[in-house]
Design a protein around this ligand. Structure first.
Ligand SMILES: C[S@@+](CC[C@H](N)C(=O)[O-])C[C@H]1O[C@@H](n2cnc3c(N)ncnc32)[C@H](O)[C@@H]1O
Length: 204
């Protein structure tokens, strides 16, 4: 497998243009999938190994997880993954150009359960407006959470976008591997028997 070192995989926000040119990061024209809040990178690693003809970009705010994920990708020699530490919401809204993503993955976003903190949630109308803009035609948006009340908000916010149509979450014809997402939180919560709420949409 081709060598990939930490410094290639770990991307500095300042190195990206305005708007951010993700294609230049990978040096090829393969489709680019973004995972927001990739944590330790379990989902990205599994996908990147299974789909070498797709590029995977992970954004993680927590320094410890960002470093762990980038180091993990380097140890596996992954050439189709990049990881960046920044605020993903700000990045999607302000830095990404239109139609640059073939998929957007948001798995177990922080639920911010207190009502006064709801405005800190990732999936809000302003985020969804930007998400619709950065997804290319036919692209997939996948969201999953263990938090029932947040899931209701997610359904309301996404249903307000006429550019999105609901699709089956685990249909391989839309780019999934199988029924599992396999993020660290999903694995942990499923082991605990907690219900997982999943939603997938296609950009029209
Ligand atoms: C509950 S964890 C889920 C991690 C992973 N997606 C999973 O399912 O295992 C939420 C992650 O999102 C990250 N996060 C929260 N807000 C973020 C933001 N604005 N930008 C980037 N990452 C963020 C957190 O640091 C944390 O690692």
């Amino acid at each position: 497998m081709a060598h990939a070192d930490f410094d290639t995989i770990a991307v500095e926000l300042s190195s990206l243009g305005e708007p951010a040119d993700l294609r230049a990061l990978f040096g090829n024209d393969n489709p680019i999938e973004l995972e927001i809040g990739c944590g330790k990178g379990g989902f990205l690693l599994r996908m990147a190994k299974a789909c070498p003809d797709r590029n995977f970009f992970g954004i993680e705010w927590a320094n410890q997880f960002y470093k762990f994920a980038a180091d993990r990708m380097a140890r596996w020699g992954m050439t189709n993954v990049r990881i960046m530490r920044t605020d993903a919401k700000h990045f999607v809204i302000h830095r990404l150009p239109p139609a640059c993503l073939s998929a957007l993955h948001v798995y177990h976003p922080d639920p911010w359960p207190k009502k006064r903190h709801h405005k800190r949630r990732m999936v809000t109308p302003d985020f969804m407006e930007a998400a619709v803009r950065v997804l290319s035609s036919g692209a997939r948006l996948a969201i999953q959470t263990d938090h029932a009340e947040y899931f209701e908000q997610i359904k309301t916010v996404t249903a307000a976008r006429p550019e999105l149509e609901q699709i089956p979450f685990d249909d391989p014809s839309f780019g999934t591997l199988d029924e599992r997402t396999e993020t660290n939180f999903e694995v942990k919560y499923m082991r605990e028997g907690r219900p997982i709420h999943r939603l997938a949409l296609r950009r029209l």
